[in-house]
Design a binder for this molecule. Structure first.
Ligand code: NAP
Length: 283
């Protein structure tokens, strides 16, 4: 039976560490503050907002919410972002994406001060991930994958890893984070010819394809660690990963569940970014 790599203990450990750092900042007169900018009332945005708010409250981070109507125009959103940039009491901003189609998302993302970009929406943050120059913050989901592997004590240095997916939110950044940990990484995508063979002999398999239960036991081996990033919801509201858990779990060494795996760690990583941003702003 494979080890179950649950996200909750990882998030708990991060939360405890951040609570102490948050208290330290408050002693120095700084109240770490996250600005949440939501446009419209998308259900999954509201659910994530609830989770983030709860995590922030546990740690002691102040949350300031701004909700704009679905019909908001570009200038209005831009002025909100400029307000956040100019406010020294706000240390980070979470803006839910994708934005409504009538808005020019790239321009709005780029408008955020990179020092407050705790959710990696600017090119400046991505540059930090790809160059490893230490600037900016990685996408929370990508960093959560690495955090889980480290928490459960799986060595990355010298390991071989396959990543399925090459999006800028998960696949590419997680590949760079693995590389920074001295793993040897192969990235697979929809045009890769022999994905099954590439994955099968790797120490670590990270799946972010957005295809429910796509990965079965033919992709794995008995000593492999499988990180399932996928979130797929069926018509009855049941959640599934990109990995067929029932097929893969008996055939690998360790696996993250869905739900309760990677997704359970992301809000803790977001909070860590916020605390680091507050520390950098208050040296
Ligand atoms: P995405 O932008 O749709 O990217 C999917 C990637 O998978 C693409 O690079 C695509 O290749 C590749 N792919 C699709 N089918 C494939 C196949 N048959 N074989 C190999 N590669 C294939 O998705 P994403 O935003 O990265 O998200 C991926 C998954 O993670 C989704 O299920 C999403 O819901 C989930 N997610 C979870 C969290 C979390 O907190 N747990 C956060 C974000 C996303 P091409 O580039 O060639 O099209």
């Amino acid at each position: 039976m494979a080890e179950l790599l649950k996200g909750a203990p990882v998030a708990k450990a991060i939360t405890e560490e951040l609570t102490a750092r948050c208290e330290e900042l408050k002693k120095r007169g700084c109240i770490p503050t996250l600005s949440i900018l939501r446009i419209g009332d998308n259900e999954s945005d509201i659910a994530y907002e609830r989770g983030v708010t709860k995590r922030c409250e546990t740690i002691g981070i102040r949350v300031v919410k701004t909700v704009l109507p679905q019909t908001v125009d570009q200038n209005w959103v831009l002025s909100e972002i400029n307000r956040i940039n100019a406010d020294p009491e706000i240390h980070g901003c979470l803006m839910f994406r994708p934005l409504p189609n009538h808005l020019y998302e790239r321009a709005l993302c780029e408008a955020l001060d990179v020092r407050k970009d705790v959710d990696c929406m600017t090119d400046g943050s991505l540059t930090g991930v790809f160059t490893g120059n230490g600037d900016g913050f990685a996408p929370c989901t990508a960093e959560s994958c690495i955090e889980i592997l480290k928490y459960y004590g799986y060595p990355l240095n010298g390991s071989s890893a396959a990543v399925i997916g090459r999006s800028l939110v998960v696949g590419k950044p997680v590949s760079m984070l693995l590389l920074a940990e001295n793993a040897t990484v192969t990235v697979c995508h929809s045009k890769t010819r022999n994905t099954t063979e590439i994955c099968r002999d790797k120490d670590i398999l990270i799946v972010a394809a957005g295809r429910a239960k796509m990965i079965d036991s033919s992709y794995t081996n008995p000593s492999q660690i499988v990180i399932d990033v996928g979130i797929n919801v069926d018509s009855e509201g049941n959640m599934f990963g990109d990995v067929d858990f029932d097929s893969v779990e008996p055939a690998c060494a360790a696996i993250t569940p869905v739900p309760g795996g990677v997704g359970a760690v992301t809000s803790a990583i977001l909070c860590r970014h916020l605390i680091v941003a507050a520390e950098l702003a208050n040296p």
